[in-house]
Design a protein around this ligand. Structure first.
Ligand code: ADE
Length: 225
């Protein structure tokens, strides 16, 4: 997989790719991530990439031309399966979307900034718009990092234990059951007997029950279908 991230703040988004599972995926060449500074495609030597919105109103809008130049250059080099725009006014990211995107080959992710991008960017280039939640961030960079993490961990070979992504919360519309490790008794809080029993079919049953109970209590909306 190859991900190209277009941003006005490359330094803001780079560090999540330099640690842990995502770094290992990059080191193993299971994914390539490239950062493109939108200012490289600015209209003038002062780095102009935004302007006031027509019709008045607070906040600057990212202009269509620099984004067109950047996306067109990338599209001339390879085909892209998706060109994604990170924005709060979009459908919210969920596990299903992450699963689908983890099967793609090449993706561009455009991070919004300030008041967002000129609508014509969305009309001309964007194939998918994603929000990471019903709140407004200062830009799309943190959202893009969240999206990339959720996708990259699903690429086969990225997680050591192949089953562990499948047993994540949300993979079957359930939250995960509780997990425990040593010691089995801490400040009089004991690990449930069943987990120490070695009876794996029963353990599986217990975990399913716990997952269902947790979901009913915390996220009943997940069970609505
Ligand atoms: N940019 C600003 N807020 C955002 C959000 N909630 N999700 C994705 N991108 C954003």
């Amino acid at each position: 997989m190859r991900i190209d991230i277009i941003t006005v703040s490359p330094e803001l988004i780079k560090s999540p790719f330099e640690f842990s599972i995502i770094k290992r995926a990059i080191d193993k060449k299971l994914v390539e991530v490239h950062f493109h500074d939108l200012r490289t495609y600015a209209l003038n030597d002062y780095g102009k990439i935004d302007d006031y919105q027509f019709g008045g109103g607070a906040g600057m809008v990212l202009m269509v031309e620099p984004i067109d130049k950047c996306i067109s250059k990338l599209k001339a080099e390879r085909d892209y399966d998706e060109i994604i725009y990170m924005t709060p006014d979009a459908a919210t990211l969920n596990q299903q979307t992450a699963n689908t995107l983890s099967l793609k080959e090449n993706m561009i992710i455009l991070c919004g900034h300030y008041k967002g991008v000129d609508q014509r960017v969305r009309d001309l280039f964007i194939t998918k718009e994603i929000s990471i939640g019903d709140y407004v961030l200062s830009g799309g960079e943190l959202g893009a990092a969240v999206l990339c993490d959720s996708i990259i961990r699903l690429i086969p070979g990225v997680l050591g234990d192949e089953t562990s992504a499948l047993t994540d919360s949300f993979q079957d519309d359930l939250l995960s059951p509780p997990v425990y490790t040593r010691p089995s008794d801490y400040k009089e809080l004991k690990v449930p007997e069943i987990l120490l029993s070695g009876n794996f079919p029963k353990i599986e049953e217990w975990r399913n029950d716990q997952a269902l109970e947790r979901t009913k209590k915390i996220r009943p909306d997940l069970l609505e279908d």
